[in-house]
Design a protein around this ligand. Structure first.
Ligand SMILES: CC(C)[C@H](C(=O)O)[C@@H](O)C(=O)O
Ligand code: SF4
Length: 468
């Protein structure tokens, strides 16, 4: 009887060779590229006179620099325009398919590949972007890589990688009303730390994940990297196959049945051996919100901000730094903290199910006076679908701005930026100092519905209070 995890099986199936360094040369089935981390990789290829041997295995989109209001060309920001042109030229030169703005399929790289069925179970996927772990939701092994590795994949369709250990993170039970996938992953990172996953792949298992839809699973895997894990995955199942069926790049006809048999064989064996196992109870998880400057500095929304004395010794220095930067007091409640900006979007929470859930809470309410609130669909397809369902109207009637697809204020490499010390309630995945565009701007991470709750009340609010 084999005792392998999905990680082991996919790794072995893609191993080309063991390198003299002891690393594995791993074949990469799907390579995703965007405008930020690809230009230098292409330049290095050009310097060495290299061609892309498998251009059909690389797919490009533009996301980080895309303005979500005025998208007319040339872009107002000349650096952004230059990056755009590099991507246009490089993809043309190497015969790589590029989903440009206006193609109908452009969007955040981690949103567009799954929605087109490019992301499939059992694949190895690489992208010059840390949140590539998102694709693990399908039972793929998906890594974020650096620019020199983007070059390696372009040139050889392989990567030199050291094998990871596997930690099973089991969450069992039903989530409380008002608690979403985002809260689950924020809770896990709070408990295991931002470094806790270093050297590991995270396998998310248990009934809580089994009962999640694919988009919720993507939210969880998206943030595996914020917990230090190189990748995160969920074993493929009926939910995965139902999501994939009939998508553009999904196998069709007899190939579909063959694919399911292959995908089923990749699931972690019942008695698979893990390097570590951690178990959580879904009932313990509250709507979670960060108060600090790392995604691990999170609390249940109804808890007070922890004091230094309550922290493990090795987390005290960063906590002190966080109180100061965030201007939030240890021991004080987070509920009631006034917010300036509310952002729903990003590769964590910019999908159609996120927008549907957010719209449910926004319907019939009004954005509080003085709050800037905006909704950014993760892709052009998400935007179109949301509009077909009238979600845009719900948001606009409630006083939210409705934008074009892109990374927007998740990272603010585009015109969507915080100003000065503004404090934002954000559905994105990073709350680092200066992350949202102003070097002194402040970010509270939370689920999309918690962002809506903050927008309509003007302060951090327990979404469960709006549910009664
Ligand atoms: C710009 C890109 C390289 C970066 C990443 O790797 O994640 C960005 O997407 C982010 O979220 O910080
Ligand atoms: S939405 Fe944010 S986290 Fe995702 S790829 Fe864009 S910048 Fe990175």
């Amino acid at each position: 009887m084999s005792k392998n995890t999905l990680f082991d099986k996919v790794w072995d199936a893609h191993t080309v060779a063991t390198l003299p360094s002891g690393q594995t040369q791993l074949f990469i089935g799907l390579h995703l590229i965007h405008e930020v981390t690809s230009p230098q990789a292409f330049a290095m290829m050009r310097d060495r006179g290299l061609k892309v041997p498998y251009p059909e295995r690389t797919v490009a989109t533009v996301d980080h620099i895309v303005p979500t209001e005025d998208q007319s060309r040339p872009l107002a920001d000349s650096l952004a325009e230059e990056m755009m042109q590099h991507l246009e030229n490089n993809t043309k030169e190497h015969g790589i398919h590029f989903y440009n703005v206006g193609s109908g399929s452009q969007g955040i790289v981690h949103v567009i590949a799954p929605e087109q069925g490019l992301t499939q179970p059992g694949m190895t996927i690489a992208c010059g972007d840390s949140h590539t772990s998102t694709h693990g939701a399908f039972g793929a092994i998906a890594f974020g890589i650096g620019t020199s590795q983007v070059r390696d994949v372009l040139a050889s369709q392989t990567l030199a990688l050291g094998k990871l250990k596997v930690r099973k993170i089991e969450v069992n039970g039903t989530l409380q009303p008002g608690v979403y996938a985002k809260d689950v992953i924020l809770h896990i990172i709070r408990k295991l730390g931002v470094q806790g996953g270093v050297g590991y792949a995270y396998e998310f298992a248990g009934t809580t994940f089994e009962n999640m839809d694919m988009e919720a699973r993507m939210t969880v895997c998206n943030m595996a990297i914020e917990g230090g894990a190189r990748c995160g995955y969920i074993n493929p199942d009926r939910v995965t196959y139902d999501y994939l069926k009939d998508r553009d790049f999904a196998p069709k006809g007899a190939d579909w049945d063959k694919a399911i048999a292959w995908w089923e064989s990749l699931r972690s064996d019942k008695d698979a051996e893990y390097d570590d196992v951690v178990v959580f109870d879904a009932a313990e998880i509250a709507p979670t919100v960060t108060w600090g400057i790392t995604p691990a500095q999170g609390i249940g929304v109804d808890e007070p901000i922890p004091t230094v004395a309550q922290m493990p010794v090795d987390e005290r220095a960063i906590a002190e730094e966080a109180y100061q930067y965030m201007d939030l007091a240890p021991g004080a409640p987070i509920i009631g903290t006034k917010v300036d900006v509310c952002f729903v979007g990003s590769c964590t929470n910019g999908r159609i199910t996120d927008l549907r859930e957010a719209a449910k809470f926004a319907a019939g309410k009004q954005v509080a006076t003085g709050v800037k609130a905006f909704i950014v669909p993760g892709s052009e397809r998400v935007k179109k679908q949301a509009e077909a369902e009238g979600l845009d109207v719900v948001f606009k009637n409630a006083g939210f701005e409705w934008r074009e697809a892109g990374c927007s204020m998740c990272l603010a490499m585009n015109p969507d930026k915080l100003v000065g010390r503004q404090l934002s309630a954000s559905s994105s995945n990073r709350n680092f100092k200066g992350r949202q565009g102003s070097s002194s701007g402040r970010t509270l991470l939370m689920s999309p519905v918690m962002v809506i709750a903050a927008a309509v009340t003007g302060k951090v609010t327990d979404v469960r209070e709006l549910m009664n």
